[in-house]
Ligand binder design. Sequence first.
Ligand code: SF4
Length: 482
Amino acid sequence: MQQSLTPGNGMLLPRTLHYFPANVAVLSVCGSCLGFHTKQILRARHFWTCSCPRALGRQRPLSVTIRYASDKGTARGGAEPLWSPLKDFLGLDRLDTGQKLDISRRQLTELLTTNDRTLIKSMYAVAEAATTAYFGTKVYARGIVEFSNVCTKDCFYCGIRKHTKVHRYTMTKEEILACAEFAYSQGMGTLMLQSGELPSPERINFMLDVVRAIRRRTMDLACESPPFPSAGPNQRDFPSQRGLAVALSLGELPSSVYQAFLEAGASRYLLRIETSNPTLYTRLHPASHSFQARRKCLEELQRIGFQVGTGVMVGVPFQTVEDQANDLLFFKELDPDMIGLGPYIVQSQTPLGKLWLEEHGEESAAKQEANRVALLERTTRMYALARIMLGNVNIAATTALEALDPEGRELALRRGANVVMPIITPQRLRGQYEIYENKPGIDQDALDSTACLERRVRMAGKDLLLDGGWHDPPHFVRPSVE
Ligand code: SF4
């Protein structure tokens, strides 16, 4: 039996999980609470209304369609027929919405390469259902400021590596703060500060000062003005989550520095491993760069209490499909809170870019087009499998996808991603942070980038959430009691 449920009727849904009775169905529940209560929703039969502040009249609740498999009370997702090919492929008796699946290396390799359209469609449908179960149709926004392209490292694929000729810049504290105010005024909730790797004491002290200043200034702004009209539960439930959340992507640093950043007010850290294969890592980096050191940094960040993100490149030279399968298993083992997956896009001035051009530069236009389409498919399949395996983590639809296809990010949002990262770096500097060629948005300013992204998210059938909330993924358990 399938029922289309409409919002508004019913009783309050307690946020305490174990009070929630079995065989009761949730009807009206906002996006974030839908994720919170997924397991309960699956066991539900009657109609309830979410009790979070957002659902109480501030935002139209989400309408949920639930299909009942039997009277035994195990409701299954409304799109189950579409899921069957994946369920059968994995040899499962049942497949519940948002269930985190264990998939073997062999199965992953097959799923990454299969041409079976029914199985591929099924994989995408399960990934989309899981995303919806945890996040509704909401897409979180994290404003990103590329505040410096100075880097002491020499990664073979990167357009701002130490040995690339590019004008070097570092924004001033006031310039970064202006970006923070912009992000806050747009309701982004999180500001990501990204740069090349520069572990000098001067840079670290500068950044500690910047992090403190961003937290202070945006908390002041939050106190001066009322919360955003559509503010989510975070701003009300957790006063310490007022102002902007600060996320950092500054590369490998000593544990004591990570600890100092956490104490200064940063709460999230993105450090992409780029590949989980140590041998491949050595082919993508000079001998002085260590896979083990990078991995250790990720573990330290988790131990210290950061919300940690990692990610890989897809389609990089020498990478095999087994490497990609292992990347997904690496995610499963590391258990991060955020994932950032991007296709490898050539930067012709880099060692890897030159190598790639030697091999592929002379290919016909038709072949190049086929490569582009294949890379887009290969990358978005990784999104879908990451969602299916990891469930309730944040997955960012990276800007690099748009370099492959103008609708690349929309595709990722329909195949497992739930986060976008509008670039709010001042327009005059964007051309100098070209880590790969044809980076989108170089000629846009921050307002254009945000508006453009809002349109794109809508085109994917989702809503960009600009309510000032921090929107931790349900996977992240905050270490201290608020
Ligand atoms: S990838 Fe990061 S660490 Fe490596 S060269 Fe580029 S900016 Fe520097």
